[in-house]
Ligand binder design. Structure first.
Ligand code: PBG
Length: 324
């Protein structure tokens, strides 16, 4: 038979390629993680995350205004807590005048239309560097859920739009949802890190917040990376308990999970391209071994193809700059 179908017709120039392109990247895709520290006039680069910074509240304002002007309208807040405020109960996590609570207000003042999400887990506040309360070397579940619920309420009271529990305790979404409802924060959303794997890709983040576990690892609560079906179980349970958005984390190694979950649920799916993924691209580019911008875009597009509605990424600003 004579060849009638020639796929290359649709690739012959950029005009036709853009006409038939299946996925595009816009500022609306991104959730921008922000690291906040105590102090004044601080913008310090994170050693293992070149080009990414911790900000004190005064300089956070400028950063947020810049994000807003670039069309980046959603942020995810993390705080670095001084050692002397850490304990085994999350006392500082529920301090109404704590750094997170102040950061929420600062961001809202800088850009009132911005969507503020907050990380909910005890690790930055924990003297053990674990996501929950430790008892005899074990991270105790139900007591931790209670604190996480109080922490979420405190963030909601400070003005957070969404809380994002990243701890992987059982039943924390229900505990948080019930307390928010009871206290009349019915509009406060929950983005659950529902399929969060115990991953070595979080290393640079733990440098950023000085939150590495003091003993052991996080394998008794975060998922085993050998598992696939379990991600669906975790995610469906979180949705039943009241999660509005679900998340897969890390990103690139878990694109299969993103697609599985996208096909299994009817809520928006987020993916977190984590600190180690960012660091790898930066390091390879610094050595001149990979082209930074091309590799970055290829990876972001992979998340879209896999089915993510929302991408939490340290590359958000870099991507928007080159799209402009
Ligand atoms: C805290 C938390 C972590 C990350 C987000 N929230 C670290 C961890 O679980 O150890 C990792 C983010 C990243 O690596 O970019 N529970």
């Amino acid at each position: 038979m004579q060849q009638l179908r020639r796929n290359r017709r649709l690739r012959s120039n950029e005009a036709i390629r853009s006409l038939v392109r299946e996925h595009t990247i816009t500022p609306h895709d991104f959730l921008v993680p922000l690291f906040v520290v105590e102090g004044k006039g601080i913008k310090e680069e994170i050693a293992s995350m070149p080009g990414y910074y911790r900000y004190s509240l005064d300089l956070l304002t400028n950063e947020v205004k810049e994000l807003w002007s670039m069309g980046l309208k959603s942020v995810l807040l993390f705080v670095k807590v001084p050692d002397d405020l850490k304990d085994n109960k999350g006392t500082e996590a529920i301090n109404p005048d704590g750094l997170m609570q102040k950061a929420i207000k600062t961001v809202k003042e800088a850009a009132p239309g911005i969507l503020v999400m907050t990380d909910v887990a005890l690790d930055p506040y924990s003297s053990y560097g674990h996501d929950g309360i430790v008892d005899k070397g074990y991270i105790i579940n139900d007591e931790t859920c209670k604190v996480l619920a109080e922490m979420s309420l405190s963030h909601a009271q400070a003005g957070a739009d969404f809380v994002a529990p990243s701890d992987m305790m059982d039943g924390r979404i229900l505990a948080i949802r019930e307390l928010l409802e009871k206290e009349n924060f019915k509009q406060t959303g929950i983005m659950s890190y529902s399929a969060k794997y115990a991953s070595a890709f979080y290393g640079p983040f733990r440098d950023a917040l000085d939150s590495a576990p003091g003993f052991g690892d996080k394998k008794t609560y975060q998922m085993d990376f050998s598992n696939q079906d379990e991600a669906i179980k975790e995610t469906l349970m979180d949705i039943d308990e009241g999660a509005d958005i679900v998340m897969v984390k890390p990103g690139l190694c878990y694109l299969d999970i993103v697609r599985d979950i996208r096909d299994a649920v009817d809520v928006p799916v987020a993916v977190y391209q984590v600190s180690g993924e960012y660091a790898m691209v930066k390091a390879a580019a610094e050595k001149g071994w990979l082209d930074h911008d091309s590799v970055m875009l290829e990876q972001i597009m992979a998340f879209k193809r896999a089915g993510a509605h929302i991408i939490a990424s340290y590359f958000a600003k870099d991507v928007i700059r080159i799209l402009d």
